[in-house]
Design a protein around this ligand. Structure first.
Ligand SMILES: Nc1ncnc2c1ncn2[C@@H]1O[C@H](COP(=O)(O)OP(=O)(O)OP(=O)(O)O)[C@@H](O)[C@H]1O
Length: 338
């Protein structure tokens, strides 16, 4: 296997929030709460190789977008390190950081809110490559035409504004804007979630065509397991800020090993129609303000034992390229480690 181009090593991201009304009231009663800390991402290790499509899945609020933003350099990690093409991002000089920022682009869910409504498409797509010196000002228009053609948009519409396009076309404008700075790695955050199913399929096909044409690598964030299954070489499952299982897509969908992954897959009718092997997921995801101790999933896990309440499971290899963080695969859930 080739060397990874992106590596996350124990990456965490915490956000501090001011006290809410309930906590302030509790303080008035003497509770002594200080600021609240959201543990959005908690000690994630991840490597991605050139040309890979990694699907990142999990319930709402588990930290997928935050992790994607750390990868794209939008959020600095609170702990741990990110390395891009063998170099730690916190050791890069300004020029190297700029190159990495251009190389890793993020495509967001809602193109309407991520495209400036006051700019014409030609400026949305063409400004950044000129600002970053990738294209001469005199070449900007021809370059925009090339980018729009690449994503399947009629370039004669380039003087229009975002609101004059359909949802699918706006998604393509967002993709053209990202491609215009010649990225190598795309973080797609729910990039097709807002689209009708038939348009989704077209945009997913475009992502795959671009991968082949431009040798792109993807971190594809989605809550939709059917989309991820269709697209990904490897799937990473997150629960409350942590990776609980990662495996080649075909292997994961055939035989998920972590009870959370099993429950998540059981919730997808298209995957479980023929075989009802696992019980669907029950209960609410706990708050990342107060994650449960030990295995974060233990309050909802049908297999949890005393060890799960006390000890954080680590990722263990189950098969080549297949890891899961569950005590069931690491000595059992029954007794506390000595
Ligand atoms: N800037 C921020 N400030 C404070 N809390 C944040 C911030 N960004 C995210 N969070 C919190 O971090 C946690 C993880 O959020 P995140 O958006 O990464 O999850 P997600 O899995 O992408 O969810 P969704 O699928 O709903 O987008 C949530 O509890 C969220 O409220």
């Amino acid at each position: 296997m080739s060397a990874p181009i992106l590596t996350l090593d124990g990456v965490s991201k915490r956000f501090t929030k001011p006290l809410d009304a309930a906590s302030k009231f509790a303080n008035w009663m003497g509770a002594g709460y200080t600021e609240q800390v959201v543990h959005a991402v908690d000690g994630v290790d991840l490597s991605v190789t050139q040309g890979e499509v990694v699907g990142l899945v999990g319930e709402s609020g588990c930290g997928k977008s935050t992790l994607g933003r750390v990868v794209a350099g939008i959020h600095p990690p609170s702990a741990g390190r990110v390395s891009w093409r063998g170099q730690f991002t916190d050791e890069m000089d300004a020029q190297q950081r700029r190159a990495a920022t251009l190389a890793i682009q993020m495509i967001f869910q809602d193109p309407m809110s991520s495209l400036n409504p006051r700019l014409r498409v030609t400026d949305i797509v063409g400004e950044a490559p000129v600002v970053h010196g990738l294209v001469e000002k005199a070449q900007q228009d021809a370059y925009v035409v090339e980018m729009l053609e690449r994503v399947g948009l009629d370039p004669s519409y380039r003087r229009r504004y975002p609101h004059q396009f359909s949802g699918g076309q706006r998604a393509r404008i967002g993709i053209a804007r990202a491609l215009a700075v010649k990225p190598q790695f795309l973080v797609c955050d729910e990039s097709v979630a807002a689209l009708d199913v038939s348009i989704q399929a077209q945009v997913l096909n475009l992502f795959m065509k671009l991968r082949d044409e431009l040798n792109l690598t993807y971190l594809f964030i989605s809550h939709d397991l059917s989309v991820v299954r269709h697209l990904s070489d490897r799937v990473v499952i997150m629960y409350l800020g942590r990776v609980v299982e990662a495996a080649p897509a075909s292997e994961l969908f055939k035989g998920p090993q972590h009870p959370y992954a099993q429950a998540l897959l059981a919730n997808v009718p298209s995957i479980t129609a023929r075989k009802k092997r696992f019980a669907p997921l029950k209960g609410e995801i706990p708050s990342p303000l107060h994650p449960p101790p030990g295995c974060h999933f233990h309050p909802r896990c049908p297999m949890a034992g005393p060890r799960c309440k006390a000890e954080r499971p680590v990722l263990k290899q189950i098969a080549p390229g297949h890891v899961a963080a569950c005590h069931l695969h690491d000595g059992g859930v029954g007794a506390l480690a000595a």
